[in-house]
Design a protein around this ligand. Structure first.
Ligand code: HEC
Ligand code: HEC
Length: 347
């Protein structure tokens, strides 16, 4: 009855052509409409060649939400020991650092994660980005929500962005995801070449051919344009899995078929790393390419792609010049616009 009355009044107001008072319109925290004029729409579009970006229905992008997430990312308020996300995920390094966690795992970069579903090196978290953000805040940082709720600025910003009076992990994880979804690299030499803006040098071109043809066969796992298939593989780094750090996905599923399988690394800005692979065992791209060029270590779960074309006995058989060319191509994944973008920096 009441609803019908409201409807009738609204219809009358609209019919008379005057807008209802902005202040009297409550913001729908799930999906504030543009007509509420409270939030500024944020255009989150996939660059050419990338798959469309799917965002959760209850966390549509808005400028105020992205900015709130950015503020949180750089703020030690989320932790209890002075750490912020940005301390290990450093923009100038492609949002990673040389930190090695207590479990022996290296930091993963925050770049082009808007398409991701499997999270962490071993896929310990799965689903929309909000899922892994709950792990990062609630479990890893043990974020104390009382600190956020005691802060009048944050209360105002969360009220504005999500319409809530009490800040919960739901809104914290949503806001962080909003910011990290905007961290898209679309100006590396690799991407400029993909979109026909530049030509590669002769060495880069030769390296690109090795990466994409049967000789290097890298693209089976690091495929265009995300440079990862978002799946798990045992690339033959180990044959002995007594060290838990090297067990990968097995640590999550307990399934022997997952022993030594890790998520394919996304290679954007990979040249900015100082140590490579889940445990940082290689210190240079030369060492990485040597690893791929040598026969893989045998084990029951070794990926079939790693044993194609006599690889188990001969390796890839790249000459020193070809190895150099492959590295020149890997360096085209570096995006200096991305690592210097003021929109991603500390607010
Ligand atoms: C002390 C260093 C450190 C800090 C601080 C830190 N991280 Fe990380 N981060 C890591 C490491 C190490 C990994 C890889 C861990 C793994 O795979 O188990 C990681 C992985 C991630 C991933 C997974 C990325 C992917 O591709 O799957 C996300 C997302 C992430 N961190 C977000 C955050 C957020 C948000 C914060 C702040 C709340 C944060 N991190 C703070 C070290 C850190
Ligand atoms: C069978 C799938 C597969 C193939 C083929 C493959 N990779 Fe990988 N790559 C992975 C996985 C999985 C990881 C992460 C492994 C780990 O850390 O244990 C990785 C990691 C890397 C890294 C380190 C990234 C980082 O962030 O530390 C580089 C560089 C790399 N691969 C380059 C290449 C090149 C070059 C080729 C071709 C010669 C290649 N890959 C072929 C699956 C593959």
């Amino acid at each position: 009855m009441k609803r019908i009355l409201i409807f009738a009044v609204t219809a009358l107001v609209l019919a008379l052509g005057c807008k209802p008072e902005k202040e009297t319109k409550p913001v729908d925290p799930v999906n504030p409409t543009d007509s509420s004029n409270r939030l500024t729409p944020y255009t989150l579009v996939a660059p050419a060649f990338f798959p469309p970006i799917v965002v959760p229905e209850d966390n549509k992008p808005y400028v105020e939400r992205v900015q709130l997430g950015r503020r949180l990312y750089y703020d030690s308020v989320l932790s209890n020991d002075g750490r912020s996300c940005s301390q290990c995920h450093i923009q100038s390094r492609g949002f990673l650092s040389d930190h090695i966690a207590a479990d022996g795992l290296t930091v993963m970069p925050h770049v082009n994660l808007a398409w991701n579903k499997n999270w962490l090196w071993n896929g310990g978290e799965y689903g929309p980005m909000e899922t892994v953000m709950l792990f990062e805040t609630h479990t890893f940082f043990e974020t104390d929500l009382r600190k956020l709720n005691a802060d009048t600025t944050y209360r105002r910003l969360f009220k504005q962005a999500y319409g809530v009076d009490q800040i919960s992990f739901g809104e914290v994880t949503k806001a962080l995801s909003q910011f990290i979804r905007t961290l898209i690299s679309q100006n590396s030499r690799y991407y400029q070449r993909l979109t026909g803006k530049i030509q590669f040098t002769a060495d880069e071109m030769a390296g690109e051919a090795i990466f994409f043809n049967e000789k290097g066969d890298c693209m089976h796992c690091h495929n265009t344009p995300l440079l990862t298939d978002n799946d798990f593989h045992n690339t033959g780094l180990d044959s002995d899995f007594s060290n838990p750090t090297n067990r990968g996905r097995f640590n999550v599923t307990g399934n022997p078929a997952d022993m030594g399988r890790f998520r394919t690394a996304n290679l954007y800005n990979v040249a900015l790393r100082k140590h490579f692979m889940h445990d940082g065992r290689f210190k240079t791209l030369e060492e990485v390419v040597d690893f791929y060029n040598n026969p893989p270590k045998q084990s029951a779960t070794l990926d079939p792609i790693m044993v194609k074309n006599n690889k188990p006995t001969k390796g890839l058989g790249l000459s020193p010049v070809e190895k150099y060319q492959l590295i020149q191509f890997l360096k085209t994944f570096t995006d200096t616009t991305f690592i210097n973008n003021p929109a991603f920096a500390k607010p």
